[in-house]
Design a protein around this ligand. Structure first.
Ligand code: HEC
Ligand code: HEC
Ligand code: HEC
Length: 475
């Protein structure tokens, strides 16, 4: 076969295997031994991504970083001692709808503000399913210990009154979009990452899905805004991205989004991904300040030849040749790119699909006006989305700010298709040293709580005086 027809047949195979996956999605936790109800629950658990935090075996113990400290997920296997083996259906409903567990209020690191819209049918199925997973008779290794006053879980009652539910139902949606709304808001809880927070750490509803910082990542604007959001994506683009974690020469799902795809969205039925896409097209477009330059395909590099991305040995040769012939000395941006990044992402950014090293040509993360996303990736690296996916190392030790800025500019212009890029040493220093801002209430909650206690004591004093007076009146 000629290379071209090989490519065609590979393409065809790709298409066939991806549709096969879409049709008969291999849901890992579905078993013929289970009832239909439990199997439906397994699908709900996937769509609500319970494993993202509670772990593949649901035994808990993963930290969720919050400005107040780490909150650890709990064991939700049917273990009677350490898990939720004693739960009734209504206990589970109270957890999901109100953040109220049998032994106390939960912190919203458990996304009940989103799950609060889950239907009774879905909760029934989830309850049936959770009883079929193997019990793990062990407590998670770590327990949550937040500082005063956040260790008073009862404070959450006040927080819930303001912030639950976290989203509102929109008018004028089609049936399909209503399904998409339910998936986005109440099962997949996309807003927990993509919606900015208000001063109390609840969702800022005016900025619904318009992008938010997420530790060293930034969850981008996913409203249909053309300049900063995904207004130029077709519904099929959104479906492809959520199914595969990639959109050729456009976008890649790394970090937390890679996990959301790996654990959850890739298992969704075609019709559900379609519903999400249709709904995302119908939400109000919000312009965020992080603009993204449209991809200009004519400025993107061409692969060296058609088979190069699949031929690792040839890639090594090309890389050595490129390194030997690079102009401008070993500290030039090109030389730095080839030395630090080229072995995984290839000389022209097409990566190594077979080794699952990401292609970075044209990605939205390197086309943004703000270089923060790219610089953070270079500085901190990327943990693979699953145990078996390759990782990208961070370069904070090996490269200085000037070298990082040089590589960032090189990548943005040569692989992002930008006309120019002026990431400066000062930008890199700023990005490397900024800590996520703490919302108002978190910073001042200690003071607020202190004030609250003083006010409560004063009121108590007045009450006691009044009671004493009343006593002396009656007698
Ligand atoms: C974004 C992370 C996250 C996701 C997603 C998540 N949880 Fe949780 N969950 C947590 C954390 C963290 C806690 C403990 C919160 C605390 O200590 O206040 C928790 C607590 C719970 C509890 C209370 C257990 C107890 O101690 O009584 C239950 C039940 C639960 N989750 C079920 C689920 C189910 C079912 C899903 C999927 C529908 C789910 N969770 C999805 C993070 C998550
Ligand atoms: C755990 C946090 C998290 C959750 C949950 C999450 N996302 Fe993301 N999302 C991200 C991050 C971070 C990125 C940036 C990924 C990158 O650049 O590699 C992203 C990227 C995206 C992009 C690409 C945007 C672009 O311009 O490149 C789309 C589309 C998207 N998410 C949609 C969704 C949808 C729909 C959901 C719910 C089904 C969702 N996300 C849930 C964190 C999250
Ligand atoms: C050891 C291999 C390796 C090296 C070296 C490496 N990367 Fe990566 N890179 C990866 C892998 C693997 C991913 C995808 C991670 C994932 O699947 O979540 C990635 C992802 C990326 C992404 C996509 C981020 C996103 O989600 O949008 C960018 C951009 C990137 N790398 C740039 C670089 C640059 C620039 C360098 C050199 C400073 C570099 N990489 C060095 C392996 C590497």
């Amino acid at each position: 076969m000629k290379p071209f027809s090989i490519m065609l047949s590979m393409l065809a195979m790709g298409v066939i295997s991806s549709t096969a996956m879409a049709e008969g999605i291999m849901l890992p936790n579905v078993s013929p031994a289970n009832s239909d109800l439990a199997n439906r629950g397994a699908y709900i658990a996937r769509s609500a991504d319970c494993v993202a935090c509670h772990g593949e075996n649901y035994a808990g113990g993963s930290p969720i970083a919050t400005p107040m400290g780490d909150i650890y997920s709990t064991n939700i296997t049917p273990s009677k001692r350490y898990g939720i083996g004693n739960y009734t259906k209504s206990d589970l409903k109270n957890v999901l709808h109100k953040g109220r567990a049998p032994d106390g209020m939960l912190y919203p690191a458990m996304p009940y503000p989103s799950f609060s819209g889950m239907t009774d049918n879905d909760i029934d199925a989830l309850f049936a399913y959770l009883q079929t997973v193997p019990a793990v008779d062990e407590a998670p290794e770590y327990e949550t210990k937040l500082p005063f006053p956040f260790n008073f879980r009862i404070l959450m009652v006040g927080w819930n009154a303001i912030n639950v539910p976290s989203t509102e139902k929109r008018d004028g949606l089609t049936k399909v979009q209503q399904r998409g709304e339910y998936l986005v808001n109440n099962l997949e809880h996309c807003g927990t990452c993509h919606t900015p927070r208000n001063s109390t750490m609840g969702f800022n509803k005016q900025k619904y899905l318009s992008g938010a910082p997420l530790g060293n990542w930034h969850a981008p604007n996913i409203t249909p805004d053309k300049s900063s959001g995904i207004g130029s994506w077709s519904e099929q683009d959104i479906v492809t991205y959520l199914r595969t974690g990639e959109l050729d020469q456009r976008a890649y799902a790394g970090g937390p989004m890679g996990e959301a795809v790996a654990h959850s969205t890739r298992y969704l039925k075609d019709e559900d991904l379609g519903a999400i896409a249709s709904y995302l097209k119908a939400v109000p477009a919000i312009q965020a300040d992080d603009k993204v330059t449209p991809v200009d395909v004519s400025r993107l590099p061409k692969p060296i030849n058609e088979s190069i991305t699949h031929d690792l040995i040839a890639q090594i040769d090309y890389l050595e040749q490129a390194k030997a012939s690079v102009a401008g000395g070993s500290n030039s941006p090109e030389a730095l790119y080839l030395a630090a990044c080229g072995s995984c992402h290839g000389i022209n950014g097409y990566g190594q699909p077979d080794a699952r090293y990401a292609p970075i040509v044209g990605l939205s993360s390197i086309r943004r006006e703000k270089p923060d996303a790219l610089v953070n990736v270079i500085v901190h690296g990327v943990d693979g989305a699953t145990n078996t996916s390759p990782k990208m190392p961070g370069f904070s030790e090996d490269l200085n700010a000037e070298q990082i800025a040089g590589i960032a500019n090189y990548v943005r212009v040569n692989f992002g298709g930008l006309k120019d890029s002026n990431v400066s040493v000062a930008d890199v220093d700023r990005i490397m040293t900024t800590k996520p801002a703490q919302p108002f209430l978190i910073k001042y909650a200690g003071i607020l709580a202190g004030l609250g206690i003083i006010v409560a004591l004063l009121l108590l004093g007045l009450l006691v005086r009044w009671l004493l007076r009343r006593k002396s009146h009656t007698y």
